[in-house]
Structures are given as structure tokens and as C-alpha cells.
Design a protein. Sequence first.
Length: 101
Amino acid sequence: MKTRNFIAGIVAISFALSSAAVMAQADMAKGEVKKIDESAGKITLKHGPIKNLDMDEDGMTMVFRVQDPAMLKQVKVGDKVQFQAERATAGITVTKIEKQK
């Protein structure tokens, strides 16, 4: 009986984690790197909708701050990316960025 409950718990945790990963992926916006300003910690992205910020427009180009300047070393101008952005006191900030495959 304990083994069955343990396995059920493991399955529930696995499901919750995979659901969280899917939700996080859904918050990712698609874009293209247009400019990188490492000294200022900023990136210019041409992007589609950013749903978590209620930005439904297509084809906008914006300058974003980055949460961690090391993120700017992961990408270069012309790269297609997925990113997450959040409103912060300093403005809209990219909190995660990764190249699209």
C-alpha cells in the first residue's frame, strides 16, 4: 500500500513539473535579435506578441534591458530567439532568452 501511494505521488509530481514546463514555454515570445549593447545591458528585438505583458501586436521592434548581462553573450545579431520578458522597475526586462532551433 505504501509503495502504491509513493508511486502515485511520484507520478503526480512528474505531471506537475511537466505542466509547469509547458506553461513556461507558452510564455515565451518569438523574436529576432537586431542589436546588442553589452555596455548598457540592452538588446533590441523584433518580436511578435508578448502575451504575459498584454502586447498582442505583431512586428514590433523594441529595446529591452536584460536581467543578466551574461545572456547577451548567448546570442548574436540575426539570431532567431525565444524569450521571456517581465515588467520591472527599470522597464520591461528580458529574464530568459534562448536561440530557436
